[in-house]
Design a protein around this ligand. Structure first.
Ligand SMILES: Nc1nc2c(ncn2[C@@H]2O[C@H](COP(=O)(O)OP(=O)(O)OP(=O)(O)O)[C@@H](O)[C@H]2O)c(=O)[nH]1
Ligand SMILES: [Mg+2]
Length: 305
């Protein structure tokens, strides 16, 4: 049996999964008719995949959402060929698709360092343009986070995430009574009576220290980034990874999971989320659930890591 209750997050619901930006390449530099001089080309605008950046951070840092590259340098007597304008780089998260406003794909950024040019600078003035420079390209672009599912199951290993997905969808992930059974996301589809469909991703279990990459933490947390909403799954009886590690109650599990997400990327805790308290058939589960509910109502001062 599964019980649902809501977790109230501080910044509930402002996760950003797409962003519209205005980009403009630099204008070219003037040519010099008298000496046949060539103006420099305008700089280009690039989107560059970078670690530790989120769309929300771009939005907060650049509220105008406008990015323009530098103008090309005019041809002069000292430098007949003017220098190229400065390129503008927009640092964006890994795992996004860059499109024009009408949906044409400009590029996919799948790995750190991948880059795509989104607005070319205008050519400088020269012999073939009557020494008149051109303006750079200007357009709106969209950055879309590539989501793998609407809902992601997040929990410590062995909490019952794969069992839950099996119970509510057509998927048949592997289930076993040891930690780290699931090593890569498995997607299940859920169909409602009105034929609406949502996709649910069974994700690998997280452990304490996942944010500093313990237990392949970063690889696993990356999947969490790519779901729209989260479903936290905790074992009502708590969890202990190994005899050497500390036992964690269901309440501590909830706290630790949110903490791991927050320490990895703060925005992750602003995704809409629900809590599933699992394994309600175990002895004393009702009492433990009551205790958990009390603790969730008054979360302060009861927890130290
Ligand atoms: N008693 C009881 N056992 C359950 C329940 N749900 C899952 N289990 C058991 O818990 C164990 C772990 O289940 P999984 O679904 O593989 O857990 P998981 O969260 O996917 O684990 P990882 O993939 O390792 O992260 C299995 O032995 C399941 O049979 C439940 O509601 N009640
Ligand atoms: Mg699993």
């Amino acid at each position: 049996m599964v019980q649902f209750s809501r977790i109230c997050f501080r910044k509930f619901g402002n996760f950003v999964d797409n962003l519209r930006l205005y980009v403009r390449g630099g204008t070219g530099g003037m040519g010099m008719p008298r000496l046949g001089g060539q103006g420099g080309n305008g700089g280009d605008v690039w989107v560059v995949a970078t670690k530790n950046v989120t769309l929300k951070r771009i939005k907060d840092k650049y509220p105008l959402k406008r990015f323009a590259a530098g103008a090309g340098v005019n041809s002069s007597i000292r430098a007949l060929k003017g220098e190229k304008g400065k390129d503008q780089e927009i640092f964006a998260p890994v795992g996004i698709t860059v499109t024009t406003e009408d949906g044409r794909i400009l590029g996919d950024l799948n790995a750190e360092g991948d880059r795509v040019m989104v607005a070319k600078g205008g050519p400088g003035g020269g012999l073939y343009s009557a020494f008149e420079p051109s303006k750079g390209q200007a357009k709106h672009i969209r950055l879309d986070l590539k989501l793998i599912a609407d809902l992601g199951l997040v929990g410590f290993p062995n909490a019952g995430k794969s069992s839950l997905l099996t119970a509510m969808s057509n998927a048949t992930p592997q289930i076993a009574s040891y930690a780290f059974t699931t090593l890569k996301p498995e997607i299940g589809k859920l169909m409602y009576k009105d034929h609406k469909q949502i996709s649910v991703a069974d994700l690998p279990g997280l452990i304490e220290g996942a944010h500093i990459n313990k237990g392949m933490g970063h690889k696993f947390l990356k999947h969490v980034e790519r779901t729209k909403q989260l479903l936290f799954v905790v074992d009502v009886c708590g969890f202990q990874l190994a005899s050497k590690t500390q036992f964690r109650s269901a309440f501590e599990a909830v706290q630790l999971l949110t903490k791991e997400l927050e320490l990895y990327k703060e925005e992750l805790v602003s995704k809409p989320a629900l809590l599933v308290v699992n394994k309600m058939d175990l002895p004393e589960a009702e009492d433990k659930l009551q205790e958990l509910k009390e603790q969730l109502k008054n979360p302060d001062g009861k927890f130290e890591v």
